[in-house]
Design a protein around this ligand. Sequence first.
Ligand SMILES: [Zn+2]
Length: 178
Amino acid sequence: MGGGSMTAEAAYRDVPCPIGRAADVLGDRWTLLILRTATTGETRFDRFRAELGVADNILAARLAKLVAAGLLTKVPYRDGGRTRHEYRLTPAGADALPVLLAMARWGERHTRTTDPSGPMRVLHSVCGQALASGEYCAHCGRLVTRDETVWIRPWRSPEPVAMAQPAVDAQGVADGAA
Ligand SMILES: [Zn+2]
C-alpha cells in the first residue's frame, strides 16, 4: 500500500464488503478499459486516447481518479524540450490483472460479438498453452507469474502481448526520467 492509496482507503473504509469497495474504485467502464490498456503497456495520455477513443475530459478525469486511488502513478518524462507525464501501473493497479482475466472469461462465455476474428486467448508464455485460470497452469503445473502471462487478441494482432510491469518505486522511476 503506497501513500497514493490513502484517498481510496479513507473514502471507502466504512464499506465492509470488499466487492463493494472494489466496485467503488473499479466499477466504471472507462476505468476498467484504462486499466486494460495500461496492463498491455500503454502509459501516455495520447495513446490511451487513441486506443480508447475517449474524450479528453473524461480520460483526464478517470486517470486522475486512478492516480488518487493508487492504481496508477504519474511519472514525468522529457518530450523534446517539455516535461510531460505518463501513467504507470502501481502494484495495486497491476493487481487488477486477475479481474481483467475474469472479465475476459466471463465476456467470452456470456456475451457475443459479430467480429469474426476469434476469441481472446490468454497463454502461459513458458509452455505456450492456454491459461484456464490466472494462478496455476493446467498444462505444466507452474505457478504463473505476471511476466509469464501473454494475451492474444486476434481482432487486433496475432502477436502475443506481454503484461506491463508495475512501477516498483515511483520516485526512483521519476528520478531516472529526470
Ligand atoms: Zn504452462
